[in-house]
Design a protein around this ligand. Sequence first.
Ligand code: DLZ
Ligand code: SF4
Length: 507
Amino acid sequence: MVRNLILVLGDQLTPSLSSLAAGDSARDRVLMAELHDEANYVRHHQKKIAFLFSAMRHFAQELRGLGWTVDYVTLDAADNKGNFSDQVAHALAELGPERIVVTQAGEWRVAEMLEGWSARFGVPVDILPDDRFLCTPAAFRQWAAGRKQLRMEYFYRDMRRQTGLLMDGDQPAGGQWNFDAENRKPAAADLFMPGPKACVPDAITQEVLALVAARFGHHFGDLTPFWFAVTRADAESAFATFVRQALPQFGDFQDAMLTGEPFLYHAVIAQYLNCGLLDPLRVCRAVEAAYRAGRVPLNAAEGLIRQIIGWREYVRGIYWLKMPGYERSNFFGHTRALPEFYWTAQTDMACIKAAVTQTREQAYAHHIQRLMVTGNFAMLAGVDPHALHEWYLAVYADAYEWVELPNTVGMSQFADGGLLASKPYAASGAYINRMSNYCGGCRYDVKQRTGLRACPFNALYWDFIARHRDRIASNPRMAQMVRTYDKFAPDEQRKIADSAAAFLASL
Ligand code: DLZ
Ligand code: SF4
C-alpha cells in the first residue's frame, strides 16, 4: 500500500529536495515523467530536452540507489499521458495513495496546476517550499515592500550578510561589495581558453538521444555533439574543472565576446544549477575557498558569487512578486515579429550570426551575447518582448521561466518600465565593437551611422532614442543620449530615420 505519491519535476533533481526529505522510501512512491506538453509548451531546443530527460533518468537511478521506489515514465511508455495532471490522475488510480507531495514548482504555469489538484482529485496535496533557494518568495516580497526601486545591489548585500560569503566580519572582503568595474576587459584571440569539461554520453544518454532525434528532430537546435554532464557527480566534476582552469580569468573577461569562442572563461553551469544537479550555496562556498586559498582573484570570485546569490535569487524574487501578468509587460508597446534569423542565423550581422549559431549548436550563449547582441537588437528593432521571451525560454539549456522571464522582460527589453533595470540596455555597434572582435569580419561598417553599409545597430539605436524619447528622457542615464540626438542636424536625423526604416523593412 502506497502512502504518499511524491511527484518530482524535471528541474528538481536534488536528493535533499523538500518533498523527498519529508518522505519515507519504505512507504512512499516517487513519480517522474517525460512529458510531451513540457517539451512543447515552448518548443525547447533538442539538446535541452535530451539533457533534461537524461538527467532525469540518471536521477531516478540515483534515487533507486537510495532505496526509493520510482515510477519513471519514459516519453514512449504505453502509459505516458503527456502532461502532469493526466499522469498524476493515472498514478492515483493505480496506486490509491493517501496524499500527493510535491516541492513547489519553479514556474507559475506549473504551480497553478499543482494548486488545482486537491479540488480536482479529491486528495490532499502538500506543496512544500523549494529550500534550494536562499530567499523565499515571501522574504523577497517583504524586502521589496515599500521600496520604489528594486535594485539588485542592495538585495545582494543582504544575501552576502545572510550567507557570510566573502565577508570579513560585517565588512565585504576587499572592502568593496562589487567589483564589476574590473570585469570588462575585451578578450584577445590569442588567450588560452580551456572550455567547459565535456562528458561522454553513456548508454542511457545514447538512448535518450535516439528518442529525441525521433520525436523532436523538428525542434530548433543541434542534438549532437552532446557533452553536458547528466549526473550530479559529472556536474560537480565539470564545476571543479571550471574553478581550476577558467575561474581565475572569469572576472576580467566576463563581458568579452570572441568569434569561434562560445565559452571563453564562463562556467557553463547554469543548466546544472537550474535543474538541481549542482547546489548553489556549495558552488559559492567552493568559489570562496578558492579565493581564500589564493587561487582565484577577488573580482572573479565576487563576480561569480554575485551571479548566484545576487542576480539569480533576485530575478526569482521578481518573478514570484510579479506573476501572473509580468509575461505580458510591454513598456515600449513593441509588436514586431521575431525576425526569422533568430532561428536560421541567416543574417549579414556577424555578431548576431555568431550568437545564434552557437545557440543552435550548444543551447548556450553567455550573458553579454544574450543581453547586448540578441536582446539589444530585439529592443532596438521593436520586437514584441513576449515573442523574444519565448525564444530565450526555448533555446537555452538553462532557461526556466522563473529565471529567463525577468532577465528578458525586465533586464534586456526594459518592458517592465524600469522595475528591474535602471535603464534600457540599448547600445549601438560601438559597444559590440569594443567588447568583441565580431565587427572586423562583418559586412557592415561599425563606424558608419547611416547608409546601406552602416552597422544596423547604429541607426536603430538613434532611431530607438528618437522614437521613445518621451518615455526615456526622464531617465537620468538616458537623458544624455536624447540631448546628443537633439544636437544632430535635421538632415542627419532624417537619414537616421530613413536608414532604420529601410533596414526594418528588409527584415
Ligand atoms: C523543461 C522541461 C522539459 C523539457 N521536460 C520536462 C519533462 O518531461 N518532465 C518534467 O517533469 N519537467 C520537464 N521540464 C521542466 C518543466 O517544464 C518545468 O519547467 C518545471 O517543472 C518547473 O516548473
Ligand atoms: Fe554587429 Fe554591427 Fe559589428 Fe556587424 S558591424 S558585427 S552588425 S555590431
